[in-house]
Write a protein that binds this ligand. Structure first.
Ligand SMILES: Nc1ncnc2c1ncn2[C@@H]1O[C@H](COP(=O)(O)OP(=O)(O)O)[C@@H](O)[C@H]1O
Ligand SMILES: [Mg+2]
Length: 340
């Protein structure tokens, strides 16, 4: 169960825990980061949303001092990523897309070892390992080798490992990519607990739903550039809470249908999108009333409909709405329910 939703959070206009200005990073001719600006306010979660290859991991690596940016600057918890890397490393935690634990060691040994690497005394490292295993519900598996853990347990161990040094700022780089929905919920619960305890989180994700669950603010990144940012509700409103997928019997009628919706103002903030390849009209839907009215109007105008369904907005649709072009990602839509 996810215990808390973003609505329970009340971000204040505090100081920025992360400030990034004009960050640039090239890999040969690839501009992985092409002048990125972003802020994460203390005690909040910034969701960095973007498809594969957008530059999310490159951003996290720059902010963790693992790579040096070519231009621009970034300050995390008051430390400059380039000029004060040692101090900065002590204040951050990082959970990557791929497990960073040692497979051969037990869960307990992994945490103990990291504690020792972070200069904790033997006694303190032992206590911290016990405490975090307990907290992440891994006490029973403490002595088992990490290679025998399930995917979810492994990810929880990863999160525990990133918490050992009590980081003020935590980077979670696609923390639930590849996890099943139940395990994903477990990870979300843990992240929400960390935030409730005061951590500042920069979360990268390909999942709109994950960003909605966890983030106060969103930044959408594509091809190394920020293409949109704002509050979760703000972006959702741009995209529409759900998307109505309408397949007319005659695809040639798509433009006229879109036009009819535009003229009557029924097509939402982002507007209706004709997708000729798929023979579909996408309409962002913000209320049941709007949904009923859209179907009603098309019926009244005499457009025969072959199929109608609603879907949660996919990342593709967010991109479509924000940029007016299809993203490079091939994310799937989650079918919600079939409308009458
Ligand atoms: N070590 C590297 N060497 C060369 N190109 C890289 C390297 N890391 C990332 N890239 C390229 O930089 C771009 C951004 O990658 P990345 O930051 O990993 O994106 P994301 O994490 O959003 O999937 C991609 O085009 C990727 O191929
Ligand atoms: Mg990545």
């Amino acid at each position: 169960m996810v215990g808390m939703t973003r609505n329970d959070k009340n971000p204040r206009n505090g100081t920025n825990a992360v400030e990034v200005r004009g960050l640039v990073k090239h890999y040969g001719s690839t501009k992985a980061l092409d002048g990125v600006d972003l802020d994460v306010r203390e005690g909040t979660v910034l969701g960095v949303l973007g498809p594969n290859g957008a530059g999310k991991t490159t951003l996290v690596r720059c902010l963790s001092t693992l790579i040096v940016p070519d231009a621009g600057h970034a300050v995390v918890a008051g430390y400059d990523v380039v000029k004060q890397p040692r101090q900065l490393r002590r204040t951050i935690g990082l959970t990557g897309q791929y497990a960073s634990v040692d497979e051969k060691l037990s869960g307990w040994e992994n945490l103990y070892m990291i504690g020792r690497l972070l200069d904790l005394s033997r006694k303190a490292a032992r206590a911290r390992a016990d405490e975090l295993l307990e907290r992440f519900s891994l006490t029973d598996a403490a002595r088992r080798a990490a290679m025998d853990y399930s995917g979810g347990m492994r990810r929880r161990l990863d999160l525990a490992a990133s918490m050992i040094g009590r980081p003020a700022v935590l980077y979670l780089d696609e923390p639930t990519t590849g996890l099943d929905p139940r395990t994903r919920n477990e990870v979300w619960d843990e992240v929400q607990r960390m935030v409730a305890e005061g951590a500042t989180v920069l979360l990268t994700t390909q999942y709109m739903e994950e960003a909605e669950q966890l983030a106060n603010e969103l930044t959408v990144i594509d091809r190394g550039r920020i293409i949109a940012n704002g509050g979760v509700d703000e972006l959702k409103a741009k995209v529409g809470g759900r998307t109505l997928h309408i397949r007319p019997s005659d695809p040639a009628q798509l433009p006229a249908m879109a036009q009819a919706l535009r003229e009557t103002g029924l097509d939402g903030v982002a507007g209706a999108q004709v997708v000729p390849d798929e023979g579909l009209l996408y309409v962002p839907i913000l209320s049941d009333e709007q949904l009923t009215a859209v179907i009603g109007l098309l019926g009244a105008r005499g457009y025969p409909l072959a199929h109608v369904a609603t879907a949660l907005p996919s990342l593709d649709e967010v991109f479509l709405a924000i940029t007016g072009e299809k993203s490079t990602s091939a994310t799937d839509t989650i079918p919600a329910e079939v409308a009458a």
